[in-house]
Design a protein around this ligand. Structure first.
Ligand code: ATP
Ligand code: MG
Length: 443
């Protein structure tokens, strides 16, 4: 927890190659390091944040009854030939040959592999439905990797797959993921709006992209502003109420570029509610029926008949979310980043000015506070920097709370503030208040 001992290689200046704030900040705060075009190492600070995001994603998957497994990154081309996508997928797929000259690939997505796993084990309708997911690295040889980890070649994704007996059940599964995505993004303190989307190379007919508004986003969106006020917090995992939940959103026009139709937009959305802007896609859900189960012969027995599984797939860009949260939360005017407490790399930073003056790396006062706040995840800036440099540094790193032990702070007190907010003086004898403020905020 002492900054001088941690591996957080902070840069003094904005790296020239970074064009958007998330990329700049991630490099400056020592969260990532590029290893080659579109391929990054995750350094401790960035990795810690990503793991917290991953965990929230996981918990919300588990809540709807999805089961976690882990598929490999390297796949055999055979199953992709069965589905017909080996040729269709194009140059985004990284193709590899092993020493036996077998065609392998680094998975860009997992519809084929999960279908293969399903068909080899599930034979009866009694085992339906199945909701399965994994969180694994993907590789897509993007034509123009850019914006750091926002559009890179190797990235970390949660992808889930649903298998159902019929359309109606499959839509129920789809709606469960719809709800789980709303809950996931809410816990990340993001306002991600479900937009009707094109199904693209995955195929099928029902699809939503979850998009957060940001000028630096690559998706153009057209929406009725009232969709931002749709409430979902009391939704339960039940067929009817989930259908109603989705209806409540779909009542309002909200589409991505490919689905945009000017006439419809202007007909359905009163002028004062029209929003045309850009956003970042953080999640994407699809329903595609038997598009893969049919060519790959993934069927179950039901009353003497073989039924092809009706499938959907559901992706969240776990690594992209790290950048997306920065794009959403970084305050340009104050030059301050504040991580939502649910994913913050540390809960509170102790910025101590005394060290330089009395020659110790950490003051007695700081040690006393560390001891009293031992249930918090603290980081202590014990470097030789002066207090204003420390504050600036931590405004950038984005730890949401700061305890400042400045030279002018009274001996029996500390200065406490939420990043970007006003500070207050708190007596050391009342220091537990800080614990309470932070844990109340976590709820
Ligand atoms: P995009 O339109 O941004 O290329 P996609 O439609 O190809 O995304 P999906 O196949 O639906 O993406 O993947 C699921 C999620 O994975 C996306 O919503 C996004 O958050 C993330 N993702 C996709 N491609 C990348 C990438 N190159 N770098 C980082 N994250 C990505
Ligand atoms: Mg793509």
């Amino acid at each position: 927890m002492f900054l001088s001992k941690l591996f957080i290689p902070i840069l003094k200046n904005n790296p020239a190659e970074a064009k958007i704030k998330s990329h700049q900040l991630m490099l400056r705060a020592g969260m990532i390091r590029q290893s080659s075009a579109g391929i990054y190492s995750w350094l401790p600070l960035g990795f810690k944040i990503m793991k917290k995001i991953e965990n929230i994603v996981r918990e919300e998957q588990n809540k709807i009854g999805a089961q976690e497994l882990l598929m490999p990154t390297i796949q055999s081309s055979e199953i992709w030939k069965e589905s017909g996508r080996y040729d269709d997928y194009g140059e985004e797929m990284l193709r590899i040959k092993d020493r036996q000259n077998r065609e392998m690939l680094y998975g860009p997505t997992n519809e084929e592999l999960i279908t293969e796993i399903f068909r080899s084990s599930v034979k009866s309708y009694k085992s339906m439905p199945q909701l399965l997911y994994h969180i694994q690295w993907k590789f897509r040889d993007e034509l123009r990797p850019r914006f750091g980890i926002m559009r890179c070649r190797e990235f970390y994704m949660k992808d889930a797959y649903s298998f159902d007996l019929n359309d109606d059940d499959a839509k129920f599964s789809y709606n469960k993921f719809f709800l789980s995505y709303l809950n996931t993004f809410k816990r990340l303190d993001l306002s991600a709006i479900p937009m009707a989307a094109d199904t693209g190379p995955i195929g099928g007919n029902l699809s939503h992209e979850f998009v957060i508004l940001a000028d630096t986003g690559e998706s153009k969106i057209y929406a009725d502003k009232r969709i931002f006020d749709v409430n979902f917090k009391d939704s339960i995992l039940e067929k009817k109420s989930l259908t109603k939940l989705r209806d409540n959103f779909e009542k309002y026009y909200a589409v991505t570029d490919e689905k945009f139709n000017k006439v419809e937009f202007e007909k359905n959305v009163p002028e004062q509610y029209r929003l045309i802007t850009k956003g970042i896609e953080v999640g994407h859900i699809f329903y595609f029926g038997d598009k893969y189960s049919k060519p790959m012969k993934a069927s179950v027995d039901h009353q003497g008949k073989k039924l092809f599984a009706k499938m959907g797939s559901y992706g969240v860009g776990v690594s992209r979310l790290v950048g997306a949260i920065i794009e959403a939360k970084y305050d340009d005017t104050k030059e301050v980043m504040k991580w939502p407490i649910s994913v913050a790399p540390y809960e509170c930073a102790i910025l101590d000015s005394a060290n330089k003056m009395d020659g110790h790396s950490v003051s007695q006062k700081a040690l006393q506070i560390i001891d009293k706040l031992n249930t918090l995840d603290l980081i202590v800036d014990d470097t030789e920097d002066n207090i204003s440099a420390k504050i600036k540094k931590f405004n950038l790193i984005g730890v949401p709370y700061q305890i400042i032990l400045g030279s002018k702070t009274p001996e029996d007190s500390v200065e406490f503030r939420e990043v970007g907010g006003k500070s207050e003086i708190i007596k050391i004898s009342d220091i537990y208040k800080i614990q309470k403020i932070i844990s109340d905020n976590k709820k």
